[in-house]
Design a protein around this ligand. Structure first.
Ligand SMILES: *[C@@H]1O[C@H](CO)[C@@H](O)[C@H](O)[C@H]1NC(C)=O
Ligand SMILES: *[C@@H]1O[C@H](CO)[C@@H](O)[C@H](O)[C@H]1NC(C)=O
Ligand SMILES: *[C@@H]1O[C@H](CO)[C@@H](O)[C@H](O)[C@H]1NC(C)=O
Ligand SMILES: *[C@@H]1O[C@H](CO)[C@@H](O)[C@H](O)[C@H]1NC(C)=O
Ligand SMILES: *[C@@H]1O[C@H](CO)[C@@H](O)[C@H](O)[C@H]1NC(C)=O
Ligand SMILES: *[C@@H]1O[C@H](CO)[C@@H](O)[C@H](O)[C@H]1NC(C)=O
Ligand SMILES: *[C@@H]1O[C@H](CO)[C@@H](O)[C@H](O)[C@H]1NC(C)=O
Ligand SMILES: *[C@@H]1O[C@H](CO)[C@@H](O)[C@H](O)[C@H]1NC(C)=O
Length: 281
């Protein structure tokens, strides 16, 4: 479990505005932006790591000028940069690829969901301490999304007939998020210079007009991994799909979420304030 969080932290890439200018619209609001995260964050690639989940083959990278790069997405809020901003989004793999795979991992026998959320967030706090010790001052922590509603979950596990989602997955994610939000309070109380915010990803429900497919990915996936079958032509109109494969949202969907992480449209989108206020603070 701890090693899953550590693995996510290993997939770190430092991005500077100078490298991003081609795709930045408007004035940069921070001189640098560090992204720490799992495959839902646009945090670079893991091509050189001995990981099973890779995106270095077609149809991944379909929207990049030169095709696959090893990155799962090609967008996350890069347009809205402002002194160094740090975003951290981890935890998905500790549930989907650990806790809810009891045939491979023992964590669900060691901890109930509430204990597991606490243990994970304590490990998370230790990693954030390293960021703080290195001078980070503006840090946005992204909560987990509704992991019980992604195609991987709904095609392999029993769903609630009224929500269409795997309730115990969402419940576990909610416990993690509650702990993460409390951690934000604790860190803000303890820190003199640094400011932390919590981004309520699972609470951001965008206007779905234009999307027609919610329950399966745009690319045909390999059963076991839920990742795209290599080199298979994906669906015709990916902008109508919420999901690209069984785990990752499409660029079209991320483009609806990202502006709200920057500039909240509902008070519940971010706590205690959104990224636009974090970068100005
Ligand atoms: C991402 O894809 C879109 C097309 O969907 C393209 O216009 C944009 O330039 C791409 N961004 C990068 C950084 O490649
Ligand atoms: C299914 O979801 C509905 C609506 O959220 C809830 O009232 C109900 O208790 C759930 N059923 C189960 C078996 O979890
Ligand atoms: C915050 O400070 C308290 C009291 O010193 C300490 O027990 C706690 O571990 C600190 N929390 C974090 C996340 O650093
Ligand atoms: C996230 O947003 C949802 C929907 O608005 C809300 O019900 C929930 O309480 C929020 N969660 C947190 C941790 O703020
Ligand atoms: C959703 O988006 C569509 C198309 O952009 C727009 O016509 C509609 O008014 C929007 N609905 C809401 C509730 O914002
Ligand atoms: C793809 O879907 C979008 C959103 O529904 C629509 O605006 C666009 O015309 C579609 N494109 C094609 C080629 O069907
Ligand atoms: C993939 O999984 C589905 C559902 O579990 C099953 O019906 C199908 O036969 C599997 N396909 C392959 C190629 O294993
Ligand atoms: C946030 O969105 C509101 C409403 O769309 C807009 O008026 C405001 O200028 C935006 N703020 C920033 C910092 O972009």
């Amino acid at each position: 479990m701890a090693s899953a969080i550590k693995l996510a932290w290993a997939a770190i890439v430092l991005m500077f505005i100078s490298n991003l200018q081609q795709c930045v619209i408007g004035a940069p609001q921070v001189p640098c932006y560090f992204i720490f995260g799992d495959s839902l964050a646009d945090d670079g690639n893991n091509n050189a790591l001995p990981a099973l989940a890779k995106a270095n083959y077609a149809p991944y990278g379909i929207d990049f000028p030169k095709g696959p790069t090893g990155r799962f997405t090609n967008d996350s809020a890069t347009r809205y940069l402002n002194k160094c901003l740090y975003t951290v989004g981890i935890g998905n793999n500790d549930y989907l690829n650990n806790y809810f795979l009891p045939q491979y991992y023992g964590t669900s026998r060691l901890y109930n969901p509430s204990q597991y959320a606490r243990v994970l967030v304590r490990e998370y706090a230790k990693q954030l301490r390293i960021l703080l010790d290195n001078g980070a001052t503006k840090i946005a922590l992204f909560g987990l999304g509704s992991i019980g509603c992604i195609p991987y979950a709904t095609t392999s596990f029993p769903v609630n007939s009224s929500t269409g989602c795997v309730e115990n997955f969402n419940h576990a994610a909610q416990l993690f998020n509650d702990n993460l939000k409390s951690l934000v309070d604790e860190l803000n109380t303890n820190s003199t210079n640094a400011k932390f915010i919590y981004v309520n990803v699972s609470g951001i429900t965008p206007n779905v007009s234009g999307f027609t497919v919610f329950n399966s990915g745009c690319c045909r996936v390999i059963n076991i991994t839920g990742l795209c079958i290599p080199f298979r032509t994906p669906c015709k109109n990916r902008s109508e799909y919420v999901f690209w494969d069984s785990f990752h949202p499409t660029q079209a969907w991320n483009q609806k979420i990202a502006p709200r992480t920057y500039n909240a449209s509902e008070p519940s989108d971010a706590y205690p304030y959104d990224i636009s206020h974090l970068v100005q603070s």
